[in-house]
Design a protein around this ligand. Structure first.
Ligand SMILES: NC(=O)C1=CN([C@@H]2O[C@H](COP(=O)(O)OP(=O)(O)OC[C@H]3O[C@@H](n4cnc5c(N)ncnc54)[C@H](OP(=O)(O)O)[C@@H]3O)[C@@H](O)[C@H]2O)C=CC1
Ligand SMILES: O=C1OC[C@@H](O)[C@H](O)[C@H]1O
Length: 391
């Protein structure tokens, strides 16, 4: 068997998701049946301090050779790093991803890709011009469950899909008129591009897009008409957003909802029913939430009344540590794309990320949500405080 292709990662930022993703990178690929690619964590950077980066590397149990940097600039200049994982708040993604691309690094950038569609387009233009790989880290698309659902739809298992409804709402009502996030928290702080839509609603849209738009044949792709209702939180960010996307030529519609107050799954037992319903002329696929990491789907066919096919898709765990979150599948996609000389992932092409950003931008504009100039500009500034950490 040929030696696996090795991808060498640099981790930009040391918060919650950086830790989860990096631990997944360090999980043995064989445990998920992967033998053709592997990952190395070469370095991590914190904009706060070198010590914080060193603590992070120790916490995730990175190899002792991994380098700690006290600035994002130093990380992107490291010649041993192939690809940068951008794990800052969405507000920072444009400037941080541009910093990495300008330094000649491939990039996997956390969702939401950017704050505006123009920023997303600029990043893609830069990646294209420099011949670099670039991908939005929508991990859900790379779950075997998502692949199976897309394949079922393609095979015609539920006929022509006319409607998808999807919700991701995590029930953070505090009971006193507020939600359970401090006003400065990235979930509700406009300075960090806070709000339900960019953080959570993007997963509802992911299900709408991967079951409708993504499966439209090449050459027939249709950007949707977007109609949105937004409830603003007192900080100015959206606390609830509901979007209807209409694809008139394909006669299909998607309904994507998100809220910080109510919950898709109030008792944590899926008693409330599926988070996602994909409805076709011959049946329906139901996906049990949460929309970002679903573990089960059900197929209901018009020609088999009363019969429900239930399919479980567990995330492989390390038998000793119990670790495994399912973020490794998107990392494997990055490695395979780079090994094969592909600059974008077929599972989430650049254009699709841009169309989703356009939908979110339109929805927020319809709801009167505005973000500050510092985080909406599409002019790259290597010395932006978003790159230097000088807050
Ligand atoms: N795919 C998924 O399942 C998830 C994705 N995410 C996405 O990841 C991104 C980060 O989220 P999360 O890890 O929860 O965020 P955290 O607040 O936990 O971490 C963000 C990190 O970004 C860096 N940072 C730089 N400037 C700032 C600033 N002004 N304020 C706050 N942090 C700053 C900090 O690292 P340092 O000091 O080291 O530079 C900080 O630790 C978001 O875009 C979010 O959408 C989040 C959770 C789950
Ligand atoms: O991507 C995410 O998925 C899980 C959520 O809890 C988190 O807020 C979000 O960023």
């Amino acid at each position: 068997m040929a030696a696996p292709y090795t991808l060498r990662w640099g981790i930009l930022a040391t918060g919650w998701i950086a830790e989860v993703f990096t631990k997944d990178l360090l999980a043995d690929p064989a445990l998920r049946g992967v033998h053709d690619v592997r990952h190395e964590v070469v370095a991590a950077a914190s904009s706060s301090s070198k010590d914080r980066a060193a603590d992070f590397l120790a916490k995730v149990k990175a190899p002792s050779t991994a380098k700690a940097y006290g600035s994002y600039h130093e990380l992107v200049a490291d010649p041993d790093v192939d690809i940068i994982y951008v794990a800052t708040p969405h507000s920072h993604h444009f400037q941080n991803a541009m910093l990495a691309l300008e330094a000649g690094k491939h990039v996997l950038c956390e969702k939401a890709l950017t704050v505006t569609a123009a920023q997303a387009r600029k990043l893609i233009e830069t990646a294209r011009a420099k011949g670099l790989f670039f991908m939005e880290a929508v991990w859900t698309r790379y779950f075997p469950l998502s692949i199976q659902v897309r394949n079922l739809i393609k095979s015609g298992a539920i006929g022509t899909v006319y409607r998808t409804t999807a919700d991701l709402s995590l029930g953070n009502d505090a009971g006193d008129g507020k939600v359970k996030f401090d006003d400065a928290h990235r979930m509700v702080n406009p300075a960090l591009a806070g709000g339900a839509l960019l953080d959570l609603g993007i997963y509802s849209l992911t299900w709408v897009f991967q079951t409708l738009y993504h499966l439209q044949p090449e050459g027939e792709k249709e950007s949707p008409i977007t109609i949105a209702a937004v409830t603003k939180y007192h900080t100015g960010a959206d606390e609830a957003t509901s979007i209807i996307v209409n694809f008139p030529r394909h006669k299909s519609q998607g309904i994507a909802t998100t809220s910080l107050r109510v919950s898709t799954d109030p008792d944590g037992q899926n008693t409330a029913g599926p988070a996602i319903r994909i409805q076709g002329s011959e049946g329906e696929i139901q996906v049990m939430g949460p929309a970002y990491s679903p573990l089960q789907y059900r197929v209901i066919r018009r020609d088999s009344p009363g019969k429900v096919e239930v399919v479980d898709c567990p995330i492989p765990k390390d038998p000793i540590t119990g670790w495994g979150q399912g973020m490794f599948w998107e990392a494997d996609e990055c490695a395979r794309c780079l090994r094969d000389g592909r600059k974008e992932s077929e599972t989430l092409p650049w254009e699709e990320s841009v169309v989703i950003m356009e939908v979110m931008e339109q929805a927020l504009r319809q709801g009167g949500v505005e973000y500050p100039e510092l985080i909406t500009t599409d002019v790259y500034d290597p010395q932006s405080p978003l790159n230097t950490g000088k807050r």
